[in-house]
Design a protein around this ligand. Structure first.
Ligand code: FAD
Length: 504
């Protein structure tokens, strides 16, 4: 018996970051003579137009596509990102960095932070970020690419990008079209389904044009035209843990040199981002409408920009949560159509990437066995839940009670999975990474310590080691990091020399 054939006609609906990332990745993999890829998008509907900060996994995506970093940075007006600075989250007046990369160096198979905890118990006062090359470089406004020599301190640099999301989608569009992706301009008015199994058969554009396919990606953003409206897939609502439901986004002029990090400042009923790209700074205020009016949110945003606003604030509404299933019948929801977790840790583009790569790793034959869908949905749900817990941590670990919003966050019941992680750390100083979760030990440690969740004790083996030896090792690590940062170029100079934005 011959096995069922290939999927022949792939249709992507939506031309935001999700749609064009999907188109670019599939076009790099598939031979257009075997499989056609069509992307339908509507300029009249437009894209969400935000999504500027990323995490280091984006490098792997660009590399998979064979995109050169310099070309990408110039085309998207990108800057480098070494982590996120959190201001006023644990307590008002607090400031800590969640850096990419590790803190210190593990010794004798024991995590570095155990030595740091022991030194702290002996009276040391350095924050753990003094042992992170990325955190120290970020605060000094410096950047250099990682040294490939693993013995060099500079090999510890891990980075991502800040970029203009609209330019990134346009860049990927050029890439995908050059590899045979056909773009169709127009709004989908009707979705046709096969009578026998309910699978999606085609799209009507309302002007006698139709696009048929045998596999569909719903990249229609919050509208979720295929997954939600057509297939009726429900939405798992997490707004009781993540009550922010609105955003105002506004670009502003640069004031001072380019910072190689994102800043997230907690406000009365949410938080504000500051994301520097080469030509402008992206700003946004994410807030909970149950606790703050739109007018007040706009006033707070506009009065706290570093430079002059370059446009009026643009309102966006959302709900935290994800689809009950990501892959239904012959349709996968990717991007905002799949779910939304606020951009506190810049994870949405990563979740798009993960949705695409998991599809590629499960690439089905035309009959699409049920088990493939089940596996995809299991994986993506786990990804969403793990990212969700990490984001909730920032709210749940606050000590703030100065506004009703923060009091709600401080006292809300957390997911059991998160409670377990926090309690294990508080009581034993241990953090483990489950099922290859996105955020590894250094990330959890940075946020937990940054928000005053401090273990009661350090590792019992470390507790028996001579305190002076530990102090000496820590001092030499700190010194090596400080000296390496001192030699790094300023981030702004590095960009001007290697990857200045293309002229408009
Ligand atoms: P959209 O950009 O909304 O695109 C939807 C597409 O579908 C459009 O092309 C539209 O024309 C098309 N469409 C819709 N209906 C139809 C129809 N009927 N017919 C034809 N076409 C249709 N992510 C990060 O990783 N980092 C961040 O810093 C970050 N910040 C964010 C801040 C905010 C306030 C929000 C809301 C999101 C943020 N995100 C961030 C998420 C990020 O913006 C999205 O994940 C990303 O832009 C993908 O969006 P999308 O392509 O799914 O949807």
């Amino acid at each position: 018996m011959t096995p069922p054939g290939l999927l022949r006609q792939i249709v992507i609906v939506g031309g935001g970051s999700a749609g064009w990332m999907t188109a670019a990745a599939l076009s790099s993999l598939l031979d257009p003579r075997e499989v056609t890829i069509t992307l339908v998008e509507s300029d009249a509907i437009g894209t969400v137009g935000v999504g500027e900060a990323t995490i280091p996994d984006i490098l792997a995506f660009n590399r998979m596509l064979g995109i050169g970093e310099t070309e990408f940075m110039k085309a998207t007006q990108a800057t480098f990102k070494l982590g996120i600075e959190f201001v006023d989250w644990g307590r008002k007046g607090d400031r800590y960095v969640h850096p990419f990369g590790q803190h210190g160096v593990d010794m004798q198979g024991i995590d570095f932070h155990q030595y740091w905890l022991r030194a702290r118990g002996e009276g040391a006062t350095d924050p753990i970020e003094a042992y992170s090359l990325c955190a120290v470089a970020a605060q000094a406004g410096r950047f250099v690419l990682p040294d490939p020599n693993p013995r060099s301190v500079l090999s510890q640099i891990r980075y991502a990008y800040h970029f203009d999301a609209t330019l990134y989608a346009a860049f990927l569009r050029r890439y995908a079209e050059a590899r045979g992706v056909r773009r169709v301009e127009g709004a989908v008015r009707n979705v046709r389904r096969h009578a026998e199994n309910g699978f999606i058969a085609g799209l009507d554009l309302g002007d006698d044009r139709a696009v048929d396919g045998d596999f569909f990606f719903d990249c229609t953003g919050f509208r979720a035209l295929l997954a939600g409206d057509t297939l009726g897939v429900g939405f798992v609502d997490w707004s009781h843990w993540l009550p922010c439901d609105r955003a105002l986004a506004v670009p502003s002029a640069h004031q001072g040199p380019l910072a190689p990090y994102t800043r997230s400042t907690a406000r009365d009923a949410g938080w504000q981002w500051r994301i520097p790209t080469q030509r402008r700074v992206g700003n946004g205020h994410i807030y909970a409408s149950a606790f703050l009016s739109d007018d007040r949110a706009a006033d707070m945003l506009l009065s706290s920009l570093d430079g002059a606003a370059l446009a009026d604030p643009r309102p966006i509404r959302f709900r935290a949560g994800c689809r009950e299933a990501f892959w239904t019948d012959n349709c996968i929801a990717i991007g905002l159509a799949a779910g939304f977790l606020e951009p506190l840790e810049s994870t949405s583009i990563y979740l798009i990437q993960e949705g695409i790569s998991r599809f590629i790793s499960l690439f089905p034959r035309a009959d699409i066995p049920d088990i493939v869908r089940t596996e995809y949905n299991r994986h993506m749900r786990t990804e969403f839940e793990q990212v969700r817990d990490f984001i909730i941590l920032h709210y749940g670990a606050t000590e703030r009670d100065d506004t009703p919003f923060w009091d709600y966050c401080r006292t809300m019941k957390l997911p059991d999975t998160l409670v377990h992680k926090i309690e294990l750390f508080r009581r034993t100083g241990r953090v483990f990474r489950y099922n290859d979760e996105l955020f590894a030990r250094p990330s959890w440690i940075a946020v937990m310590l940054g928000q005053h969740i401090v273990p009661q004790d350090c590792d019992p083996v470390v507790a028996t080691l001579p305190a002076n030896d530990i102090a000496h090792s820590l001092k030499s690590m700190r010194g090596a990091i400080a000296a390496a940062v001192e030699r790094m170029p300023m981030h702004q100079d590095f960009i001007e020399r290697h990857c200045p934005a293309d002229s408009a």
